[in-house]
Ligand binder design. Structure first.
Ligand code: GEK
Length: 237
């Protein structure tokens, strides 16, 4: 379904929520909004599968319609390794279950990622979700993930990032707007969505992410993908 959530003029812009209208248009919305998404998701599956361990779990935190979980499943050759897909949006999970409910290796959990227990994890995947978690809760969440992760496990985090340098921020901001316009969004759609996300999606700088991973106990931190102001990190113990 074509994303037309912000197409009509709105008299008042309210904060963005992952409601039924967003869930219904989500695959089109994320594909046309996040540069690199179609590369990052299959590669996440590939990386996660390399760390899979029999008897352990892969967690997909902020799973939306389950794209990352399905990418892991496609690569997963390890027997008896399952996937826990978590999202706090009921409309998202309802649709994810309808789309992929026949996949017995995926358990769908409606919960806040800040509350869900992370145990016996060989991979934890957070594609474009940490940016929606309140800033003060990000480090505690990463610490809990590290505690629940195998010594040979992996954490993948993909995010929109901001830059300390104003010129760089401006340059990538404008290029991202051009990317959305080139993908068929009107200037009004771009402006209305931007206003709705302003207090909801709070990007960090790359250096903030790296420092936070280390503070949470991750010794190895690498950037494995970047496209404009969107970055994917891999972190290991
Ligand atoms: C993908 N990973 O297709 N607890 C649980 N879920 C949350 C929370 C929270 N605190 N905050 C936000 N979400 C997916 C895309 S989308 C990214 C992830 C985007 C959920 C929210 O309901 C939404 O489904 C998801 O995180 C973010 O690769 O829309 O830009």
């Amino acid at each position: 379904m074509r994303d037309e959530v912000f197409r009509s003029p709105r008299s008042q812009i309210v904060d963005f929520v992952f409601d039924e209208s967003v869930a219904a248009a989500f695959p089109d919305m994320i594909r046309r909004s996040v540069p690199g998404y179609e590369t990052v998701i299959p590669l996440t599956g590939l990386i996660a599968a390399r760390h899979a361990r029999s008897g352990a779990k892969c967690y997909d935190l902020g799973c939306s319609l389950g794209a990352t979980s399905m990418a892991v499943l496609q690569q997963l050759e390890t027997p008896n390794c399952s996937i826990v897909a978590v999202d706090n949006s009921a409309p998202m999970l309802e649709r994810a279950r309808a789309l992929h409910g026949n996949q017995t290796r995926i358990e769908w959990v409606q919960a806040d990622v800040r509350d869900v227990p992370i145990e016996n994890a060989c991979a934890v995947l957070m594609n474009y979700t940490l940016q929606f978690v309140p800033i003060e809760d990000r480090l505690p969440l990463l610490r809990r993930i590290r505690e629940g992760l195998d010594p040979s496990g992996v954490l993948i985090v993909s995010e929109k990032v901001r830059f300390a340098d104003d010129w760089q921020q401006n340059y990538f901001d404008h290029t991202h707007v051009a990317y959305k316009r080139a993908n068929g969004y009107s200037a009004l759609e771009v402006a209305q969505k931007r206003a709705a996300l302003e207090k909801v999606l709070i990007p960090d700088r790359i250096e903030d992410h790296e420092a936070r991973f280390r503070a949470a106990g991750f010794g190895r931190v690498h950037t494995w993908f970047r496209c404009l102001n969107w970055v994917s990190f891999v972190a290991m113990l």
